[in-house]
Design a protein around this ligand. Structure first.
Ligand code: HEM
Length: 311
């Protein structure tokens, strides 16, 4: 792996990061600062035979574990229509319920990349966005930001077609984790959830015809006919890959190791109560998995600020 240079100290506080999200989407009482509209389901995760070669984490050994899953639209707007442009990228958050009441989380989205290399950069982008509404004089702060941040420009302009289903989209962990197996061998990698049903998107014309809550309705119908499954795989870093910059997408040629199968089987009955009470933390990790990118801890400090505000 590339030697990581001394990490620059993060300047933004968790509160400033959440305030910056509120600056873009507005404040919506009771809602998450981003990924505000979602749906909670349950199921199981079954590790693959190769998972324990990567990590000694308990859910990556032999036994299946129960999971709670939340699919979401991107925007921090709880009424966002599922067919709106700001609903992408979609989110997938998974809570693995481990023995003894412990839990471990993965929080992923449907784009293989991130607009910003660091939490500070992300806050700068959010502030530029919030200052660049339709009435802002040109060039806007966002124009200036994007001129100097090609990864952010690529992220914002990349096509993000609406999916047929939450079950027909791949989701990407984006940040890099360090995995240690029982023999102390170390692997660096990024999670990917690959839909077993395949990737399926709607045409623009079909997207425009969808009901505002079509994704929630669709997933409820789909699971009546059988589990909605994803392969959880790890994209393994090459020696040349930068571990702490999620704005750089690694090439598709990287080694992929299968970690297991996520099987989503039922809707949670009181969905509003479940969404309110759920808090996913990217750094909720058992022994055998550690953050390898400082954005993971930055995210995990910001999420509880949003959680506190929506209680
Ligand atoms: C510095 C970067 C980031 C910041 C400051 C940030 C901030 C937040 C905040 C404040 C929430 C709401 C938490 C809550 O109320 O429970 C959230 C939720 C979420 N974020 Fe991030 N985030 C960042 C990076 C990312 C990345 C890289 C991804 C995808 C790989 C991501 C995906 C999600 C998803 C899917 C949710 C919804 C989780 C749920 O269902 O409860 N975020 N984020």
């Amino acid at each position: 792996q590339s030697a990581t240079p001394a990490t620059p100290v993060q300047k933004s506080t968790p509160t400033q990061l959440v305030d910056a999200l509120n600056g873009v989407f507005g404040k919506h009482p009771g809602a998450r600062a981003v990924h505000a509209k979602g749906i909670v389901l349950e199921g199981t995760f079954t590790p693959s035979a190769t998972a324990s070669s990567i990590s000694k984490a308990p859910h990556l050994q032999h036994d299946s574990v129960p999971v709670t899953v939340r699919f979401s639209d991107f925007a921090g707007i709880p009424t966002i229509p599922d067919n709106d442009g700001m609903a992408s990228p979609r989110g997938l958050a998974v809570k693995f319920h481990l023995a003894g009441g412990a839990a471990s989380d993965i929080v992923a989205h449907s784009f293989n990349g991130f607009p910003s290399a660091t939490a500070d950069d992300f806050r700068d982008l959010l502030i530029a966005l919030s200052q660049s509404g339709p009435t802002a004089p040109k060039p806007t702060p966002l124009d200036g930001y994007l001129a100097n941040h090609p990864a952010a420009k690529a992220f914002l302009t990349a096509p993000k077609p609406a999916p047929v289903s939450y079950g027909t989209l791949p989701f990407f962990g984006v940040n890099t984790f360090k995995f240690t197996n029982a023999a102390n061998a170390v692997t660096y990698g990024r999670y990917q959830f690959l839909p077993v049903a395949g990737e399926h998107y709607l045409s623009d014309a079909a997207t425009a015809k969808q009901a505002p809550a079509y994704l929630g309705t669709e997933i409820g119908e789909r699971i009546k006919h059988g589990p909605v499954k994803f392969k959880l795989v790890l994209q393994v870093a090459d020696a040349s890959d930068k571990l702490d910059d999620p704005s750089i997408t690694w090439p598709k040629t990287r080694r992929i190791v299968e970690l297991g199968t996520l099987s989503v089987t039922r809707l949670v009955a009181d969905n509003d109560a479940a969404q309110k009470q759920l808090l996913f933390l990217p750094n909720a990790l058992p022994a055998g998995i550690e953050p390898a990118d400082p954005m993971i801890d930055a995210r995990s400090a910001a999420y509880p600020v949003s959680f506190g505000r929506r209680q």
